[in-house]
Ligand binder design. Structure first.
Ligand code: ADP
Length: 159
């Protein structure tokens, strides 16, 4: 059973995330979407809200589970018996930080491979920050996020 972890803040989930998770679910037997609890960041959505939106948006993928984690990603990956961490790459600017992260993680846990998937072209501009900014000014984000996320953003920003 090949288990992969898709870690991230997912504040909130975008169609770019969904694309990567979907593709990972075709390659691995089980994919755990791991929502990061980072006490240093002030997210728009709580962990519970983020996890709820992911579960709702991905409910048709039977081999995808949603969980929370904090602390070292490799420790979490090990505790789940995962063989891989899956990350998405959007642009060259993502590369530098990801290379550093993957190198540190390999030192800490050589048995957990980091796998990168290139974003699909239509999502290369898409990030949670862009979505939040557009939504905060009342812009239409329905082409950028799953329906459940668009609804929650509208609630959050009182639209
Ligand atoms: P983090 O803060 O860990 O980068 P994010 O929620 O921003 O968390 O992203 C989670 C993962 O999804 C990362 O691997 C990121 O590169 C990837 N990702 C985010 N947006 C896109 C996108 N538009 N296309 C492909 N991958 C993406």
């Amino acid at each position: 059973m090949k288990v992969a972890i898709c870690p991230g803040s997912f504040d909130p989930l975008t169609n770019g995330h969904v694309d990567i998770i979907n593709r990972a679910a075709q390659v691995f037997d089980k994919v755990i979407v791991a929502v990061l609890h980072n006490p240093n960041k002030k997210p728009l959505f709580t962990m519970e809200e983020r996890a709820h939106m992911i579960k709702e948006a991905l409910k048709d993928l039977p081999n995808v589970e949603v969980e929370y984690f904090s602390g070292l990603l490799v420790d979490y990956a090990r505790s789940k018996g995962a063989c891989a961490i899956v990350r998405g790459l959007r642009a060259v600017s993502d590369f530098e930080i990801e290379l550093m992260q993957a190198s540190v993680n390999r030192k800490l846990a050589p048995e957990v491979e980091t796998v990168y998937m290139m974003t699909s072209n239509e999502y290369s501009f898409l990030s949670s920050s862009v979505v939040k900014e557009v939504a905060s000014f009342g812009g239409d984000v329905r082409c950028m996020v799953p329906t459940v996320v668009a609804e929650k953003l509208a609630e959050k920003f009182g639209k």
